[in-house]
Design a protein around this ligand. Structure first.
Ligand code: SF4
Length: 109
């Protein structure tokens, strides 16, 4: 069961940035992997999602939110769950500039 206590709550100001998100209205399957997805299909989908993020006017807010919560799944702010986890483990905050070439360190499965 999801732990909602870590989320900032239903105050509109916390979520207002999502009104102009580039992913608004798009299929969530682009940002969250379907069950059984592996290897090239995973990488293609993440590349597509990150390309959308890198055109998004609220990438900084989204990335900061995903690191603050922290969001455990999906592409947020142009970063995968693994990339966000690596940043948090390294004790780094969100990069202020979008990462245009994020290396994929995951092995094909
Ligand atoms: S950065 Fe990506 S995931 Fe975040 S709001 Fe923008 S398009 Fe959506």
């Amino acid at each position: 069961m999801a732990d909602y206590s870590r989320l900032p709550g239903p105050v509109n100001d916390h979520w207002k940035w999502q009104d102009v998100a580039a992913c608004r209205g798009l299929r969530t399957q682009v940002f969250f992997h379907p069950a059984q997805e592996r290897g090239p299909a995973w990488r293609r989908r993440e590349t597509e999602a990150k390309a959308i993020c890198h055109r998004c006017p609220v990438i900084t807010q989204c990335r900061q939110h995903a690191l603050n919560v922290p969001e455990p799944y999906g592409i947020w702010g142009g970063l995968s769950a693994d990339e966000r986890r690596d940043l948090l483990r390294a004790g780094r905050s969100a990069p202020s500039e979008p990462l245009h070439a994020v290396p994929d360190t995951r092995t094909a499965g």
